[in-house]
Design a protein around this ligand. Sequence first.
Ligand SMILES: NC(=O)c1ccc[n+]([C@@H]2O[C@H](COP(=O)([O-])OP(=O)(O)OC[C@H]3O[C@@H](n4cnc5c(N)ncnc54)[C@H](OP(=O)(O)O)[C@@H]3O)[C@@H](O)[C@H]2O)c1
Length: 340
Amino acid sequence: MNEQNATIPRTRLGTDGPEAGVQGLGCMGMSFAYGPTDEAEARATLERALELGVTHYDTAELYGNGANEAFLAPFVAAHRDAIVLATKFGIIADPADPSRRTISNAPDYIRRAVEGSLRRLGVDVIDLYYMHRRDENVPIEETVGTMAELVREGKVTYLGLSEVTGAELRAAHAEHPITAVQSEWSLFSRDVERTAVPAARELGVAFVPYSPLGRGFLTGAFTDAGQELSAGDFRRTMPRFTGENATANAALLEPVRAVAQAHGATLGQIALAWVHQQADRHGLAVVPIPGTRKRSRLEENTAATRLRLTEEELARLDTIADRVSGTRYPSMAATSAGRE
Ligand SMILES: NC(=O)c1ccc[n+]([C@@H]2O[C@H](COP(=O)([O-])OP(=O)(O)OC[C@H]3O[C@@H](n4cnc5c(N)ncnc54)[C@H](OP(=O)(O)O)[C@@H]3O)[C@@H](O)[C@H]2O)c1
């Protein structure tokens, strides 16, 4: 098999979870958050991903208010048995103004949400169903209790949680086995290593790092996204992407550039290789879900699974996160770091 068509290795998502390629595909940008999309190229990217052994596809009710799930439906129908399909409930966008959002884990909302996701995705069962954000008005045991009922009813197979602390993960896992935690983890965002990653390792829960490319910043594409991105692009509101923060953060990429040069790789590939190698370093399954709408980038990203960084290179890259300017979100209140 030539390099270009080499498939990626597989791993198990959590002790009792499904098997999947070690890199998944984040589908959010195909309908949401990152500006206009070439739909035909995005569909071709989904197909190319599967050819290369990417079997884990990630979406959410939030992404385009259901539009991303509906967009995925034909692909899902064509490949139902070959893929692990993940979606999420918990962040509700106001249809009149999608920038206005509420977080809910209310049981009656979760029951409505799962029906909506099943319908839009055109499936009888969701493989991996995540709580997207924690609603502190509802005890996590109660939220997972509602999710466990969906498992018993055959609507969902595995459960996941996004942006939870280690303590929340332990409490949830005691109620019903959790298969995966999906939280931001990258060269720029390492707060999950404080409590969530150690708890996941101890409990045999897989980690699914989202935004492993720092929403594209780690590919070296930005110097000031406030100027460089279209009006509808969500990153224009992200603290790390604009003004002085962006300039300072772009300068932090120098060691990534140096390591990339040594490997004949791109900056993005080094960023992804660093995330993949956290599996060995922390002793748990790590299945990052870089998002792309383009086949060429998909090929570049999957090829990163074949890179192997030395201990010295990893250590050099480890020092970047502490120096990043700006928080991951404009408000960190809904993140795990905001509750630790
Ligand atoms: N649980 C949560 O709260 C949460 C939050 C955010 C995201 N997510 C999930 O995680 C997935 C990935 O996160 P993300 O999309 O925010 O960030 P990401 O994967 O870190 O970066 C995506 C951005 O990088 C660009 N990109 C991808 N590959 C590239 C390459 N090889 N070279 C240059 N640019 C490249 C993409 O543009 P193109 O698309 O134009 O290639 C896109 O703008 C999402 O799709 C979503 O499913 C979950």
